[in-house]
Design a protein. Structure first.
Length: 571
């Protein structure tokens, strides 16, 4: 289970000096792989490793350019470099990658490969079945539209107290005890978003139309069917998602309503308004865990060390190798992500830290992804160094929960530490209704082809109401109507959202175990991470000590455990 950070993965097939951003140098390598037919199962294995190496070189080039662009979205050179890759390289690469998958599927030695290749085989067969040459240019178009979304939202700023603020920089004001300040900050942000409402609606309609064509080209009844196959959801169905929505409605929404009722009482309010959700319910000043990004990095490293000393070392390695870009700056894309430098097999973490408690959670979360990547770096196949997203989010979300008892690193005052811990757990409960809302809305969006803007609005409001906590949007109906615009997944990674809910169910099971036996829970967690993508989803869950079940049968007891734990943390 030990991860060797000193191992390097020199090129064996791709020439050492080859530039993966130059198609003239890459194309001959694809040709060579296509011409050289493996003549034995062993040769086929070696060939697959060469394919993997080439894909990793291209993957790293793409990540490098993406990272550079998102770190500075207002630098036209970086944007050009990324777009060049998206427009020039990817459309040429996709048919080649498809040809390699086909060559693999036609190999007479495929059936003689060791059992380890069974999942790879399923992935390759699915990719080939779904591939349509006519979709390549549509997907390029889609990528450019997605980039538009990032550009529109990345450019959003507001003037507050005489200073220009990014929307991320406005987040801390929602935690201010002074209600008028919170309302003012909230209104500025939502009004700024509404300024681009029509642009975003129009952009979304372009995206929807493209996705419908992509699905149709692939012979799917609708884009939902396409997305389930494209996202490699082999182990669950749309029906399972609907049962997840029911489980949230039955087991989570009542708990969230009880939590919100407590918040309302503590704040002495008749109704909760949207700007009352992030403030401390007892009127204490917001938690400010760190001043500088250096403090954040040092503290989080210590937390990881307390969860498991080796994880602390891995995080230090990332810091030393310049694999972190954490502070919020104007021009930086919003949000946080972990991305992989596929060739070096190292992770990179991007986020917009401004000094709030949520920044800790983000970094702990992305850290979990990074450990996952490192744990599986030994595997020669790029497909096996990646994990189904439903499980990769277990890595990150379980890390947030495993770290919660150690938040005292940032909060020397035990009351503050308990408060942060309580918030971390409450957020888990609050996550499920939003995940169910976004997922149920997507099921509607893609099974109601040709719907009007008004029908979409009504469907959104209906879906929102089904899972809504008791929050009064009175007077802000226009804001509520367009609330989904801020959920970038709808624009950028369609259907990718329920993964967070599925994974949180897994993470909670790891957490529940850790409360009984911390060492064993961490050990199992790390063992499951080291499996990368070499096992099906259900087996990965089992390896981590969790059951893959999206129904109320599992959700009910988890919510009871969560409520019990919350009752035990008096802050
Ligand atoms: Zn994540």
């Amino acid at each position: 289970m030990h991860v060797d950070l000193t191992t390097t993965f020199p090129r064996r097939f791709v020439p050492a000096g080859a530039d993966a951003g130059d198609w003239a140098q890459i194309e001959p390598l694809f040709r060579r792989l296509l011409d050289q037919v493996p003549d034995s199962p062993a040769a086929l294995e070696r060939w697959l490793e060469d394919v993997s190496e080439l894909k990793a070189a291209l993957g790293e080039e793409r990540t490098r350019r993406y990272v550079a662009m998102t770190c500075q979205t207002d630098d036209p050179d970086r944007e050009r470099a990324y777009l060049d890759f998206v427009e020039q390289i990817i459309p040429k690469l996709k048919p080649m990658a498809h040809a390699l998958d086909e060559a693999y599927l036609h190999s007479p030695h495929r059936r003689m490969l060791p059992a380890r290749y069974a999942l790879f085989d399923r992935l390759a067969a699915n990719r080939v079945a779904l591939f349509r040459p006519e979709n390549v240019s549509l997907e390029t178009e889609e990528t450019k539209l997605k980039q538009q979304y990032q550009k529109i939202t990345g450019a959003m700023t507001v003037q507050f107290r005489g200073k220009e603020h990014t929307l991320q920089q406005m987040v801390p004001y929602l935690e201010e005890p002074d209600r008028a300040t919170r309302q003012e900050a909230w209104e500025l942000v939502v009004r700024r978003r509404l300024d681009d409402r029509d642009r975003l609606e129009a952009l979304f309609e372009q995206v929807l139309a493209l996705r419908a064509r992509i699905a149709q080209n692939a012979g799917c009844a609708d884009y939902r069917e396409f997305a389930f196959r494209e996202l490699e959801r082999f182990d669950y169905t749309p029906g399972d998602c609907l049962r997840f929505h029911e489980a949230v409605e039955t087991a989570v929404v009542p708990l969230v309503r009880r939590l919100q009722a407590g918040r309302r009482t503590n704040l002495s309010l008749a109704t909760l308004r949207p700007w009352d959700l992030d403030v401390d319910p007892k009127g204490r000043p917001p938690l400010r865990p760190f001043q500088t990004v250096d403090d954040l990095v040092a503290g989080v490293e210590e937390i990881f060390r307390r969860v498991d000393p080796e994880l602390g070392q891995q995080f230090r390695f990332m810091r030393d190798r310049d694999l972190l870009d954490l502070e919020s700056r104007k021009g930086k894309a919003p949000g946080g992500y972990q991305s992989t430098m596929h060739e070096r097999r190292v992770p990179f973490i991007f986020m917009n830290a401004v000094g709030v408690d949520g920044d800790l959670r983000t970094l702990l979360h992305e850290g979990g992804h990074a450990f996952h990547m490192l744990a599986a770096r030994h595997d020669p196949l790029i497909d096996y160094r990646e994990t189904p997203m439903e499980f990769s989010e277990v890595a990150s979300m379980a890390m947030e929960l495993l770290a919660a008892p150690h938040l005292g690193v940032f909060y020397p005052n035990p009351d503050e530490a308990r408060r942060a811990q309580r918030e971390a757990l409450e957020r888990v409960a609050l996550l499920f209704p939003w995940v169910a809302t976004i997922d149920a809305f997507q099921h509607w969006l893609y099974t109601h082809q040709g719907h009007s803007r008004e029908e979409r609005r009504a469907a959104w409001v209906r879906t929102f109401a089904r899972f809504a906590p008791d929050v009064d949007f009175g007077g802000y109906e226009d804001v509520l109507d367009a609330l989904w615009h801020r959920q970038l997944h709808l624009f950028i990674v369609p259907f990718y959202y329920i993964e967070y809910g599925i994974a949180e169910m897994g993470a909670l099971q790891v957490w529940r175990r850790s409360r009984v036996d911390h060492a064993a829970a961490v050990r199992q967690y790390r063992e499951a991470l080291a499996l990368g993508g070499t096992r099906p989803l259900r087996d990965l869950f089992r390896a981590a000590g969790a059951e893959f079940d999206l129904t109320v049968r599992t959700m009910g007891p988890l919510m009871r455990a969560l409520e019990e734990a919350l009752a035990g943390i008096e802050d």
